[in-house]
Design a protein around this ligand. Sequence first.
Ligand code: GRG
Length: 298
Amino acid sequence: MNSFNEQFTALQTRVEQWLPQYFPSIPDDEGGLVVEAARYSLLGGGKRVRPVLLLATSAMLQLPETEAMPFACALEMIHTYSLIHDDLPSMDDDDLRRGRPTCHVEFGEAVAILAGDALLNRAYEVMLSAIRPDRPGTIQAARYIAEAAGSRGMIGGQILDLSAAGHVLTLDQLRVLHGKKTAALLKAAVIAAVLLTQQTSSIHDALQRYADGIGLAFQIQDDILDTTADRLTLGKSAGKDHRDGKPTYVSLLGLSEARRQLALTVEEAKDALRPLLEAGLTIDFLHDLADYFQIRTS
Ligand code: GRG
């Protein structure tokens, strides 16, 4: 696990170096306040799981980092916008994110809404600037990320989530909700790398299965942490799902069955990597990342 930690930290560091360049400050009289608010949320912590996943998958598939980085950072901008909007009083109403006051607490609601909008728009600017007409994978990757973030992906999941409060869902309904709200962007990190490198269908299928597995695993562990971890460790509110009457893996299955499902899902995800190993690819990081999704504490 040690070399996994080192690799994870190295990739996080690369993302931290690039993000401020993709989202630079602008003067106050040109609308700098909204950029300051967006940078407050974008550059103020976060595990950077999605860009790390995109960079690691791209590296495994031999894509130069410079070609993967715009898509990786765009994904993190989209993720950060979703967190800012999710924390708003009209949505999840939260005051703590990434260990700091949420964007609307710090800057006010109107500025926070615009900061989220600015991040989303900048993400598309960055991806569009990385499009190379001679490389269809660049267009396909940008389009895949856009769909994953949209009404058939994350936004669709968010509306299902808002509608689910106070209702009992079946496990299948919960899986659909989480597949869109949380897993879609994580999956996009993997599939964008597949599209950028124009993989064969067998590699594509294998990584799709892997991505589905880790996307689900990430959310099950999120549900578990919401009931077992504290606010200080999480850097965000704990126990909120229960407070808001949100259906979760824990509320549906109980803690120990949720943990068992998590372990099974992680094993399935790792198993999905087998064809890549047979194709001579180095799967160690993705393999260990699946384990990390099971044991992460924040
Ligand atoms: C507002 C369109 C819109 C969507 C919101 C992100 C989201 C969808 C909701 C957040 C609520 C939530 C707890 C989702 C569960 C999974 C998740 C996205 C957790 C946060 O992601 P991490 O743990 O956060 O990667 P960091 O801060 O490390 O980047």
